[in-house]
Design a protein around this ligand. Structure first.
Ligand code: GAL
Length: 462
């Protein structure tokens, strides 16, 4: 039996576009994800999030189910165009009411809300009229939107995450083109990343100046990072793995926790990496009350040899892989999930260690971890033993990290329920709760009950 610290935070996570549906209801405007999904050829089987998991209509039942399962914290995101249909101007009263009722329902069930302000569904009008995240103005629009959210929800919401995974926005949205807005470039990702960091910094400044003292909440961002294990113990491979994590996590975490981009990015990218103005640097440095981390998998990393092809794990044109000059390798002996991601729980502990050292022992929250598997309902039951093993193994590594002195404060499982997995549509099932997309019926998987027991007892049974 492995016991967790008394106040360890256990939760589950989702995001607006992946679960809500109701894409044309309640006065909501369109987002870049609505447009992307309705563009033929972009999403597997032409699927969309128009209905998704229908959370917009079923949230009361879903929250009742969360409570029944014993879940105590719920991380979800707000759809910016549901709150501001064009991304600027007056808030949409129906959008405000929806989220306000959702928050009340959570609190009535004893579930603590954790809000992500941006999980990728940018109002389409901002893309069309202002070039979205390529435009420094978008950061200012974002602060206005965030201000509306703090004003309306901050009396009841004490945990805020400005951005979910800016790396994904920059790389999958502007480098690989696999995600909205679907652009492919070798320099845009760095410009977009820069504006995302500015948006984050400005928003945290707004929260701290105007709201934090009376609302008494905390605010940060959630960065994603896989672990990169050196393929061999040669100094070249070790340096390559270190460089890879700096390009992945350091890109967005260094400015927030250390005050600038990693030196290795500066020297390799030259003019392609924007400079912070003094004001922006000051704003961004220190703008995290905790270290939000989303972590799923691990790969070996080696120094790329002269002329060697870039890794097979990045779609598109290879730009950022060439910038890093690394090669990624999947060990064929590793088990993988339906995403093709390796199950390597020890990588989670190593990454937590890396963060602890580099950022001088910050309080860390694992804001996403989980796996997609080929789940099926048989006689009303989903026997997903593999997910239980996955969660158990990752959570045990987290426990080890805590034993080693790392200040890990919480763990959120991705995801509460099956949902729309972006360009892969509904083909990937990450949920603790299964959804039959023919009739939208919910079936808690075996892992859902197992996780509820972990939370209730605060222990992992051997
Ligand atoms: C994260 C993302 C989630 C979810 C998950 C599984 O990167 O924040 O929206 O899709 O990955 O792929």
């Amino acid at each position: 039996m492995t016991e967790f610290p008394k106040h360890f935070i256990w939760g589950t996570a989702t995001s607006s576009y992946q679960i809500e549906g109701a894409w044309l209801e309640g006065g909501k405007g369109l987002s870049i994800w609505d447009a992307f999904c309705h563009t033929p050829g972009k999403i597997k089987h032409g699927q969309t999030g128009d209905v998704a998991s229908d959370f917009y209509h079923r949230y009361k039942d879903d929250i009742a189910l969360m409570a029944q399962l014993g879940y105590k914290n719920y991380r979800f995101s707000l759809s910016w165009p549901r709150i501001q249909p064009t991304g600027y101007g007056k808030p949409n009263p129906e959008g405000i009411r929806f989220y306000s009722d959702l928050i009340d329902t959570l609190l009535e069930h004893g579930i603590t809300p954790w809000i992500t302000l941006y999980h990728w569904d940018l109002p389409l009008a901002l893309q069309l009229e202002h070039h979205g995240w390529l435009n420094p103005k978008t950061a200012e629009f974002f602060v206005d939107y965030a201000d509306i959210c703090f004003e309306h929800f901050g009396d009841r919401v004490k945990h805020w995450i400005t951005l979910n995974e800016p790396w994904v926005v920059a790389i999958l949205g502007f480098h690989d083109g696999a995600m909205a807005p679907g652009r492919s470039s070798n320099h845009e990702p760095y410009l977009v990343g820069h504006q995302l960091l500015r948006a984050h910094g400005l928003t945290v400044e707004r929260y701290r100046q105007k709201f934090q003292s009376r609302q008494k909440g905390m605010i940060s961002l959630s960065n994603n990072c896989d672990w990169r294990e050196p393929l061999t113990d040669s100094p070249q491979d070790q340096a390559a793995a270190q460089r890879a994590v700096e390009f992945f996590l350091g890109w967005f975490a260094d400015p927030v926790f250390l005050g600038d981009y990693p030196e290795v990015m500066r020297s390799r990218l030259g003019d392609r990496l924007p400079q912070f103005t003094d004001k922006d640097r000051e704003l961004i440095h220190g703008s995290g009350d905790f270290f939000g981390l989303n972590h799923y998998t691990t790969l070996y990393c080696a120094q790329r040899k002269e002329g060697e092809a870039v890794d097979p794990f990045t779609f598109g044109n290879g730009g950022i892989m060439e910038d890093q000059d690394i090669k990624l390798v999947l060990d064929p002996s590793w088990e993988t999930t339906t995403m093709g991601w390796a199950v390597a729980p020890w990588g989670c502990r190593k990454l937590l260690n890396w963060i602890d050292k580099r950022y001088d022992h910050p309080p860390i929250l694992l804001t996403e971890n989980g796996c997609a598997l080929p789940d099926q309902v048989k006689e009303g039951r989903v026997n997903d033993q593999k997910r239980i093993e996955f969660l158990k193994s990752y959570i045990l590594e987290c426990h080890q990290a805590i034993q080693q002195g790392i200040d890990l404060r919480g763990y959120f499982c991705w995801s509460f329920m099956d949902n729309f997995e972006w360009s892969l549509g509904f083909s990937q099932r990450f949920g603790l709760v299964f959804i039959d997309y023919n009739n939208l019926k919910r079936y808690p998987k075996d892992s859902a009950f197992w996780y509820g027991n972990v939370i209730r007892n605060n222990v992992i049974q051997a």
